[in-house]
Design a protein around this ligand. Sequence first.
Ligand SMILES: [Zn+2]
Length: 326
Amino acid sequence: MSLQVNTASGNRRVRLACVCLVAIATLLPVAAAAKQARACTAGTTLRLSAPQASQGSLLLIEIKSTMPLAEVQGEWGGRTVPIWQDAPGEKLRKGLLAVDLEKAPGEYELKLTGQIATGEKMSCSAMVAVKKGLFATEKLQVEKQFVEPNPEQLKRANEERQKLRGIFDHVTPERLWDGNFRIPLDGVTTGSNFGKRRILNGNPGSPHGGMDLPGATGTPVHAAQRGRVALAEELFFSGNTVVVDHGLGIYTFYGHLSEIDAKAGDTVETGAVLGKVGATGRVTGPHLHWGLTVERARVNPLLLVKLLSNRPSEETRKKPSRPGTN
Ligand SMILES: [Zn+2]
């Protein structure tokens, strides 16, 4: 887990150490540098938080202009890139490039287009390579109904999947969050199992789309940032579930709650209690399943905490205690 987080977020110390070794042996960095080629119109620069991405990772985009920017849009791999302006600073825009945990490895072009305040067009482009994520495969034993649901349960699970898809497909055009994102459990600095490939009772299951945070039943679960509650109900697989819409296509997901303390439509502030840790739905024990979806891409939620704060995240390198899972 820690290796994957470090790789995905481009931990500078680790990366530099690796690059030095490779440079001596094979001159590979020359090829890597060519792949990072990026082009911007005069007066505009583009910076990415890491030179390449991996499945399930998130890169912070920064577009700087010598002239005030009027508007900027972004697209990567056929998906819109959320772009926003942190006040003050009309010459700077930030964005998030989100790589779904099952996105095919390869190279995809990031295209940013817009206008500066004088009306002239601006644009930037960059090729961003996606590497395969380093996800372990694990075998789990869960209740039989969660692997071989009866027709009624299957119908329910499919309807709920459609409902969630409908929520994640909706992009609220304004940014509802403001500031850093936090880990939803007090005192917890990391989690585990993000992206793990699963064998459930001997059958291949879908990859684990979130991160499992350790917590005893009844521990308060806090909103990672400000937003609007898009869903607050019991679902077949994730049990008592809350989904918060933070705007610009960014959603956080909180599953397996013992109790829900929010309702759909509520506006919640950062840290608001959404419910309590539990073991409802398909679980092996009490924990919080915490997910992050950006423009429908399932990404590691810890990376958002790290990228939108200026603090180094030593916590991602600590070995997590082993919570229940799923
Ligand atoms: Zn989970």
